[in-house]
Design a binder for this molecule. Structure first.
Ligand SMILES: [Zn+2]
Length: 440
């Protein structure tokens, strides 16, 4: 038999397993979890006794106790990496490589990851692109960190599953997070690109530029990396570029974790490569329609086992029934942002997201809401013309309603925002209490 490459094998499996009966999917997850748990317990000091609640006296696993496994905070990964790392990495999962998160959204973490995690992640990304009908024979403007290997405008090869004939025609063009809107537009035109990757921070700045410059450029779709795009961003990409936004919920720790259902019924988890749980403060799963923390267990992370790792995001659990699209993959209804940037009212409830109306009242495009003292906030914004005159009194009223009446707000117009090294723009920022940015 001809040798089939690992990515092709995984991609083919994912094409199939999205339709598997639920029982078969659960069975597969248990096999993966069981391997990971035993490996972690026997080879990582951090897990030597941490998982004991899972084991029957005869050594078999009691799945009913899964929800009792303690949740790992990002701060633990940051401070106890040495103890978490496996003493006996699974060699077939290599080669291994270090990954780093920027620390712009909490404790910076750096850990050793595997080729397997990366393969699962790439194959899941492709599956999501296929759901969104992306055409792998087109041109993708790819965004990455600065690299000694490539310069802006270099052709990096294809971007779809490389063994497919259509992918062979596709080209991926190198660009960095730091390039400006003008340069990005120049690349799109030069290569007649149909696609471009974006992070949230890049997107808001880019859309603001398009609006103010009245330059016209079109794309088929935009691959959004990291998480969900706001309604505001989705609408602007549609009206200004004619582009759909294709989102991928992903992280360095968990790889590709979910993509939107092609028929619009929330998000489908990549259940073949990661267990995603939406849990309450006790670590128990929340009911469908309720909000909880995203807790992940990526199966491929065997060098740095992450078992019930708190991703630092909030999500609404999806319905438990099989999706109307026919895919059996479990669902997430929506994402409600990064946990550490949820501001609380004095009564303990969380504040509401400010609406598009509030943006209009302020005449704001990109903005950032920072808590600077216990009940004081700064709204920093870049001006945007909504075609109506701003009304600050109305904005203050909206703010008092969505936040809380005692909240003080200072409004500051800025010319620009400085993005972090990964292109992240922080819409909500807590500058008052450093402890609240630890992700725990
Ligand atoms: Zn679906």
């Amino acid at each position: 038999m001809p040798q089939i490459n690992p990515l092709e094998r995984i991609f083919n499996m994912l094409e199939d397993s999205q339709w598997w009966p639920r029982d078969r999917l659960v069975e597969m997850q248990r096999i993966e979890l069981s391997r990971l748990v035993r490996h972690a317990k026997s080879s990582s000091p951090f897990y030597r006794t941490r998982l004991d609640c899972l084991f029957h006296p005869n050594g078999t696993i009691d799945w009913d106790r899964w929800v009792d496994v303690p949740i790992m905070a990002r701060a633990e990964l940051s401070h106890q990496r040495g103890s978490i790392q496996s003493r006996r990495p699974v060699q077939e999962h290599g080669p291994f490589g270090w990954v780093k998160t920027s620390g712009s959204t909490g404790d910076p973490v750096e850990f050793l990851t595997t080729r397997v995690l990366n393969d699962l992640s790439v194959a899941s990304l492709w599956r999501g692109q296929k759901w969104a009908n992306m055409d792998w024979s087109g041109v993708m403007i790819h965004m990455a960190a600065e690299s000694p290997k490539f310069k802006i405008g270099d052709v990096m090869g294809s971007w779809g599953p490389f063994w497919l004939r259509e992918s062979a025609k596709g080209r991926r063009i190198f660009a960095t997070y730091s390039i400006g809107a003008e340069e990005r537009i120049k690349l799109m035109r030069q290569f007649d690109a149909g696609y471009s990757t974006f992070t949230d921070g890049m997107a808001v700045l880019f859309l603001d530029y398009l609006r103010s410059s009245e330059v016209s450029v079109s794309l088929q779709s935009v691959q959004f990396i990291g998480g969900a795009a706001s309604e505001y961003i989705r609408r602007d990409f549609r009206t200004l570029l004619g582009a759909d936004v294709v989102e991928l919920y992903s992280s360095k720790e968990g790889g590709s974790m979910a993509s939107r259902c092609p028929q619009g019924h929330g998000w489908h988890q990549n259940a073949e490569s990661v267990l995603v749980e939406i849990v309450d403060d006790q670590g128990k799963p929340v009911a469908a329609g309720e909000t909880g923390r995203v807790v992940i267990t990526p199966f491929g992370s065997t060098t740095t086992p992450l078992i019930r790792y708190d991703q630092g995001d909030l999500a609404v659990a999806g319905p438990t029934e099989i999706c109307p699209c026919g895919r059996t993959l479990p669902r997430i209804a929506s994402f409600s942002g990064r946990l550490r940037h949820v501001f609380r009212r004095p009564d303990g409830g969380s504040v509401n997201e400010l609406s598009i109306d509030a943006r209009r009242q302020l005449g704001a495009g990109t903005w950032q809401i920072a808590r600077v003292a216990e009940h004081s906030f700064e709204v920093r914004y870049m001006k945007r013309d909504w075609g109506v005159a701003p009304n600050l009194a109305e904005f203050r009223k909206s703010f008092a309603e969505d936040y809380y009446p005692e909240a003080q707000v200072k409004i500051i117009e800025v010319d620009n925002f400085i993005l972090g090294p990964t292109g992240k723009h922080m819409e909500r920022l807590d500058e008052w209490d450093p402890a609240s940015q630890e992700g725990i």
